[in-house]
Write a protein that binds this ligand. Structure first.
Ligand SMILES: Nc1ncnc2c1ncn2[C@@H]1O[C@H](COP(=O)(O)OP(=O)(O)OP(=O)(O)O)[C@@H](O)[C@H]1O
Ligand SMILES: [Mg+2]
Length: 631
C-alpha cells in the first residue's frame, strides 16, 4: 500500500524537480558556480556586441552613414586608421570572449566531476545498504547500468551540455536585445520567427526524450544479459545454452539498436528544420531591410544603412545557432535527466531492513538461539515458513534436513536478519534480532553459504574477509584448522596467490575449505552453515568433514546438512518439509521412528560414506543403522 503510493509519487516527479535535485549537489561549489556565471556573462556580452561592431565598422569608417554611427560624431570620410583601431579592439574582445568561454567550461567540469564522484559514491553505498529483497526484485545489470551508463550521461550533461545550454540561452537573449536596440522594426521579423523555431525544437526534443528513455531501458536489459552470461559462463557451457543465450542477447541488442536509431532519427531532424526556418528569416530580413536601405526611407523612425543590414544578417545567423545547440543538447540533457531520475530512484529506495531507532549493541553472546512461532514469506501470499519453533542451547549443533525448497536456507537467512520474520520472534541470547544493530549481530555470526563466493583477491585476503585485522600467523592457523594449509602452500604463490573472479581457479572442495578457514578465523560464537550439495572427491570430502567437525566444536551451530556425518554429530535434527518442522530428535531416534527422516535417509544419506572415521566422542552409530559402504 505504502509502496504503491510512493511509486505513483515517483512517477509524478517532473524533469525540473530532478534537475533541481541535481543542482543541489552543486551547493558546496557555489563560489565556482558564481565564477562560471561571471565568465558566462562576459562571453555572452562579447558575442552580442560583435555583430554591432562590424556594422559600426561599415557605418563609421568604410561607408560613413551619419547618425547610425555611434562611435564617431557624424563621420563623412572613410577612415582607415579608425577602422584598424576598431578591428584591433574587435580582435582583443574576441580573445577575451574565447578565454571566458574556455574558463567557464573548465570550472564547470571541475565542479561537475566532483559532484559526479559524490553521486557514484552514494550509489555504491546504497548498493551495500539495500537488503537482499531489493536484489530479489532488481536485475544486477540494471543496477550496474545505473552506476556506469547513467553516471556517464549525467557527467556529459554536467560537464558541457548544461553550461552550453545556459550560455546559448544568454546569447540568444543578448542577440535579441541588441537587435531591438539596433532596428526595432527589423527585429520584429526575427521575433515572430523565434517562437516558431522554439516550438519545432521543443516538439522534436520531447519526442527525443521519450526515445532516449527507451534506449536507457534497453541498455539495462543488454547489461543484464551480459552480466548473466559472464558470471554464469560455466553453467551456460555445461548446459550447451550458448545458442539460446546468443539468440536472446541478439534480440535485446537489436532492441537497443532500434531504440537508439529512433532517438537519433528524431534528434537529427532538428537541424535541417531549423536551417530552413533560419534561412527564410534571413531572406525576409535582407529583403525588407535592403528595400528600405535602397529607398533611403526611414524604417520605424531610423534610417536603414548597409552597416545595420550587415549587423542584422550576422545576428540572424547567430540566432539560429543557439537554438540548434540548445535543441541538440536539450536531448542530451533529457537523457541525462532520465539517467538522474533512475539514479535518484535507487537512492530513494529504502532498505526494508534497518536498525530499530532504539536498537542496542548485541553484547558478546553465549550462543542461545530461539525461534518462537516464526512464520515468513518472501512474497506476501506465498508462506515459506509456518509456525517454526525450536531452541538451540549454547554449544549445540542443530542439523536442518529436508527436501529441496523446504525452507532450510530461509531459516538461516532469518537468524542473520537478512530478512525480517512475518510473524513470531527470532531471539539470540534472549535478544530479538530486530532489537539489536545488524552490525553487532552479524559480527558474532559465522556464515558459510551453499555457494562460496571468493573475491578476486589473494587467498590470504579471502580468508581474512570476516576479520580484516587478522595477522598472517592467525590466517595460517585458521587455514591449518580448516585443513586448507597444504593445498594453499602448493599454490603458485601460496597465500599470496590471487584468485580469479569468484575464485574460479579453485576446485569446489578447495573453495569450501577456504570458506571454513574464513569462518574459523572470524571465530564466531554462532555458526550458520549451509552445506554445499555439490559432491567432491573422496579425499577432499574426508578433509571437509574433518575440518567441519573441528569448526563446529564448541560453537552453537545450525547446519543445513547434506552430509551424514554432520547429521549424526548433531545434537538435534530438525526435519523441515513445506516450511514446517515435521519431525525432531536425534539421528538415531528419528531413524527408529520410521517417518519422514527415515525415508529421507533411505533415499539420500544411506549411500554416503562416513569418512570422519572413529575417534569422535559424539559419534554413536548403532551397528544396525550404520550406512552401507562402498557400493
Ligand atoms: N529470494 C527469494 N524470493 C522469493 N522466494 C524465495 C527466495 N528464496 C527462496 N524462495 C522460496 O522459498 C522456499 C524455500 O527456499 P529455501 O532456499 O529456504 O529452500 P531450501 O530448503 O534451502 O532448499 P535447498 O535444499 O534446495 O537449498 C522455496 O520455495 C523458494 O522458492
Ligand atoms: Mg538451501
Amino acid at each position: 500500500m505504502r509502496h504503491a503510493l510512493s511509486q505513483d509519487a515517483r512517477k509524478a516527479r517532473s524533469t525540473w524537480r530532478t534537475l533541481a535535485r541535481l543542482l543541489r549537489y552543486f551547493r558546496p561549489y557555489l563560489l565556482l558556480i558564481i565564477g562560471v556565471g561571471v565568465l558566462l556573462l562576459l562571453s555572452t556580452g562579447v558575442q552580442a556586441v560583435r555583430p554591432f561592431l562590424i556594422g559600426q565598422a561599415i557605418d563609421c569608417f568604410i561607408a560613413p552613414a551619419g547618425e547610425s554611427c555611434a562611435l564617431v560624431d557624424n563621420p563623412t570620410q572613410p577612415d582607415a586608421g579608425g577602422l584598424a583601431g576598431l578591428m584591433i579592439f574587435y580582435a582583443v574582445l574576441s580573445v577575451i570572449g574565447a578565454l571566458a568561454s574556455g574558463g567557464q567550461f573548465y570550472l564547470m567540469a571541475y565542479a561537475g566531476q566532483r559532484v559526479l564522484t559524490q553521486l557514484r559514491d552514494e550509489i555504491f553505498d546504497q548498493i551495500h545498504r539495500l537488503t537482499l529483497s531489493y536484489y530479489d526484485k532488481n536485475r544486477a545489470g540494471d543496477v550496474m547500468s545505473r552506476l556506469t551508463n547513467d553516471a556517464d550521461t549525467i557527467a556529459q550533461a554536467i560537464n558541457s551540455s548544461l553550461v552550453q545550454v545556459i550560455a546559448q540561452m544568454l546569447n540568444l537573449i543578448g542577440f535579441v536585445v541588441a537587435m531591438v536596440l539596433l532596428q526595432p522594426a527589423l527585429s520584429v521579423i526575427v521575433l515572430v520567427m523565434l517562437p516558431v523555431m522554439f516550438l519545432v525544437t521543443m516538439w522534436l526534443a520531447n519526442r527525443a526524450r521519450q526515445a532516449f528513455r527507451q534506449t536507457r531501458a534497453e541498455m539495462g536489459t543488454v547489461n543484464t544479459d551480459l552480466e548473466q552470461s559472464i558470471s554464469g559462463v560455466r553453467e551456460v557451457q555445461a548446459f550447451s545454452r550458448e545458442e539460446e543465450n546468443i539468440e536472446r542477447f541478439r534480440e535485446s541488442n537489436a532492441a537497443n539498436r532500434d531504440a537508439n536509431v529512433r532517438a537519433v532519427a528524431i534528434t537529427s531532424a532538428l537541424r535541417p528544420s531549423l536551417d530552413v526556418l533560419g534561412n527564410v528569416t534571413l531572406a525576409v530580413v535582407a529583403g525588407v531591410g535592403g528595400a528600405f536601405a535602397l529607398s533611403g526611407q526611414p524604417l520605424a523612425g531610423s534610417v536603414v544603412t548597409v552597416g545595420v543590414i550587415v549587423a542584422f544578417i550576422r545576428y540572424v545567423q547567430r540566432v539560429n545557432y543557439p537554438i540548434q545547440v540548445i535543441s541538440n543538447l536539450w536531448a542530451q540533457i533529457q537523457s541525462a535527466v532520465a539517467g538522474a531520475e533512475r539514479m535518484f530512484e535507487m537512492l530513494d529506495e529504502q532498505p526494508d531492513i534497518v536498525d530499530a531507532p532504539d536498537a542496542v549493541e548485541l553484547p558478546p553472546i553465549k550462543g542461545l538461539i530461539e525461534f518462537d512461532d516464526v512464520s515468513f514469506a518472501y512474497n506476501p501470499d506465498e508462506p515459506v515458513l509456518k509456525h517454526i519453533s525450536f531452541r538451540v542451547e549454547p554449544g549445540q549443533t542443530v542439523a536442518l534436513v529436508g527436501p529441496t525448497g523446504a525452507g532450510k536456507t530461509t531459516i538461516v537467512n532469518l537468524i542473520g536478519r537478512f530478512y525480517d520474520v512475518t510473524d513470531g520472534v527470532v531471539r539470540i541470547d534472549g535478544y530479538d534480532v530486530r532489537q539489536v544493530t545488524r552490525r553487532s549481530l552479524r559480527r558474532q555470526l559465522g556464515i558459510v553459504l551453499q555457494d562460496t563466493v571468493l573475491f578476486s583477491d589473494t587467498v590470504a585476503n579471502n580468508i581474512r574477509y570476516g576479520r580484516p585485522e587478522a595477522t598472517d600467523e592467525e590466517i595460517e592457523a585458521a587455514a591449518k584448522l580448516a585443513l586448507a594449509h597444504d593445498f594453499i602452500q602448493a599454490l603458485p604463490e601460496g597465500y599470496n596467490t590471487v584468485l580469479g573472479e569468484r575464485g574460479k581457479t579453485l576446485s569446489q572442495g578447495q573453495r569450501q575449505l577456504i570458506a571454513i578457514a574464513r569462518a574459523a578465523l572470524a571465530d564466531p560464537r554462532i555458526l550458520l552453515l549451509d552445506e554445499a550439495t555439490s559432491s567432491v572427491d573422496t579425499r577432499t570430502e574426508r578433509l571437509i568433514q574433518k575440518a567441519l567437525t573441528r569448526l563446529l566444536e564448541g560453537r552453537t551451530s545450525i547446519v543445513v546438512a547434506h552430509r551424514l556425518s554432520t547429521i549424526r554429530n548433531a545434537d538435534q535434527v530438525l526435519v523441515i518439509q513445506h516450511g514446517e518442522i515435521v519431525e525432531r530428535g536425534t539421528h538415531d531416534s528419528l531413524l527408529k521412528a520410521g517417518g519422514v527422516y527415515h525415508d529421507l535417509y533411505m533415499s539420500q544419506f544411506r549411500r554416503q560414506v562416513d569418512l570422519t572415521g572413529s575417534g569422535n566422542g559424539k559419534e554413536a552409530p548403532s551397528p544396525a543403522l550404520s550406512p552401507a559402504t562402498g557400493d
